[in-house]
Design a protein around this ligand. Sequence first.
Ligand code: NAD
Ligand code: G3P
Length: 412
Amino acid sequence: MATLGAQRKHKVTVVGSGNWGTTMSKLVAENVKANPNLFDQTVQMWVYEEEVTIPKDSRHYDPSNDKPQKLSEVFNRVHENVKYLPNITVPSNVVGNPDLVDSCKDSTILIFVLPHQFIPRVCDQLVGKIMPFARAICCTKGVDVSEKGIRLMSEAIGMSLSIYCGALSGANIASEIAQEKYSETTVAYDPPPMDSRAPTPKGSPTASQVDLISPSKPVPSARSARLKALPNEYPPLSHENVRKLFHRPYFHVRMVSDVAGVSLGGALKNIIALAAGFVDGLGWGDNAKAAVMRVGILEMVRFGKEFFPDSVHTSTFTEESCGVADVVTSCMGGRNFRCAKMAIERGESIFEIEQKVLNGQKLQGTSTAYEVNTFLKSQGLEQEFPLFTAVYNILEKNVRPEDIPELIEPKA
Ligand SMILES: NC(=O)c1ccc[n+]([C@@H]2O[C@H](COP(=O)([O-])OP(=O)(O)OC[C@H]3O[C@@H](n4cnc5c(N)ncnc54)[C@H](O)[C@@H]3O)[C@@H](O)[C@H]2O)c1
Ligand SMILES: O=P(O)(O)OC[C@H](O)CO
């Protein structure tokens, strides 16, 4: 039932069109159709434009037209991302839009699903070009490290665009979800009090006047940013309504408020997956992989407690899909795990494997290992995170994968 007084509907843009971005567009498009009272029926998907040649084994291959074509044009013609999510039909209410600003400018909900290294530049292009009261959900797995320190990607998005940004992360190998195989995820959404629809007490500033976060409950993802309240004519972005955007019979959503825990789980698991791939590539078997996962989970929890003490709930890592469950799935079938394993088996660098095997898809564990190490070095705390540090040093060829057991053995 539409919220009393809500005459407008949320327009949704998925910012990203990769393997997960396209999968996310598919499930979101299914949900806007299922909730016409809440959402506009067309989902914009920003496509980072490139020329693609339709593979000969594609059902869309046309020998009379095998020249390179614009990805967005092919997508809008055949409703399939022939490069990043082949053989999956995406609902026709998803529009592939190569113009970033045009795809976002009228949307009240922005779902960021880009490799994390591209987020800052994309946000820079959107500053001042989006709805001032838009809200975002970051599905990207990574952290934002600079000389100022470490930030969650949701914080980086929120601060850059002066909007509130939540996070989605879980045991979510995209290709399985695209095939509608059962999975689950965690969505953390903890909006500013101004977004709550409690009756506005007399004398309180109206939505248009409120442009600072309430001092009583600073919103981590947009600390000191100038937030605009979501106007009452839109349905409230309650946990119930946000869940309706993502939950599917095959994609079970649990809503939480711990944005930091959800974000860190997704980012740090990619480092652990590399370590698991290294030991698996050595042929050391499941026990070795389990040992590496155990130490990695400990370091994930420690990292959250150490650097995000006022926002991370340790239970998020153990009880939610974004924690241990994501480590498990990533260390069995994730790209970071598979490429690390292949690198050891073939005696090649993981960076070469990424280029040769992923067809344009991007690993996130390698860059996250470097970014986390830069931050740990700045804090003088590499020794407190031996597995994260070992993965960095393996990538740098300072140590060998065979050295992992010694490197993670607790020091007397
Ligand atoms: N693929 C998965 O199974 C999966 C699942 C859950 C979360 N994630 C996370 O989602 C995020 C996005 O991953 P993905 O799988 O959609 O992407 P991907 O790995 O398929 O990466 C390719 C995407 O990057 C885009 N790209 C390349 N160069 C770019 C540039 N200069 N600027 C902007 N975009 C550029 C490409 O157009 C393409 O859309 C990552 O953080 C990833 O960890 C991925
Ligand atoms: O393929 P990966 O390693 O990027 O992992 C995919 C998802 O993040 C698994 O949850």
